[in-house]
Design a protein around this ligand. Structure first.
Ligand code: MG
Length: 159
C-alpha cells in the first residue's frame, strides 16, 4: 500500500539567529526563529512523512511548550518520523521538498542538505528531492521576513 503525505511550514527570519536549513548552517544576516533550530525545510518534510502515516503533526510528537526541544536540532524530528515508519514495518520511498526563500542562494548547499535529511530518515540522498525558489520579491518571503517550505513524502506500508 503506497501512501502520500503533505507538509508545510513557515518561520520568521530574525537577526541574531543562525540560519539552519536541511541541517546546514548557512551564512546569512538573519536566521529562522522558533523554539527548536527552526529548520523550516526539515519541519515540512517531517510533517509530510507523519501525514503519510496518518499521524498527527510534528507538534503532537514534540510540543513547542516542552522546554527540552528549545534550540533542538531538527534532525531528531526526522529520526522520530523514521521510527514511526519502522514501527509499522513500512518503508520511505521518497521525499520531495520546495523551499521558498528570497535569499541566500540555496543551490550550493543542496547536496549537504540531502545528505543530512537522508541520514536522519535512513534512506539514500537519491530519495530526497530539494528545490528552492524565490517569491519574486512579493509578500513576507519577498520582503525577507520569513521562509516557507512545502514537502511531500511517499511511504510504503504493509497491507
Ligand atoms: Mg516549524
Amino acid at each position: 500500500m503506497n501512501r502520500v503525505g503533505l507538509g508545510y511550514d513557515v518561520h520568521q527570519l530574525k537577526t541574531g539567529r543562525p540560519l539552519i536549513l536541511g541541517g546546514v548552517e548557512i551564512p546569512h544576516d538573519t536566521g529562522l526563529d522558533g523554539h527548536s533550530d527552526a529548520d523550516v525545510l526539515m519541519h515540512a518534510i517531517c510533517d509530510a512523512v507523519l501525514g503519510a502515516l496518518g499521524e498527527g503533526d510534528i507538534g503532537s510528537f514534540f510540543p513547542p511548550s516542552d522546554p527540552q526541544w528549545k534550540d533542538a536540532p531538527s534532525k531528531i524530528f526526522l529520526e522520530e518520523a523514521a521510527r514511526q515508519i519502522t514501527a509499522r514495518n513500512g518503508r520511505l520511498i521518497n521525499v520531495d521538498a520546495m523551499l521558498i526563500a528570497e535569499a541566500p542562494k540555496i543551490a550550493p548547499h543542496v547536496a549537504a542538505m540531502k545528505a543530512n535529511i537522508a541520514a536522519a530518515l535512513g534512506v539514500s540522498p537519491n530519495d530526497i528531492g530539494i528545490k528552492a525558489t524565490t517569491n519574486e520579491t512579493m509578500g513576507f518571503v519577498g520582503r525577507g521576513e520569513g521562509m516557507a517550505a512545502h514537502a511531500v513524502a511517499s511511504v510504503e506500508l504493509p497491507n
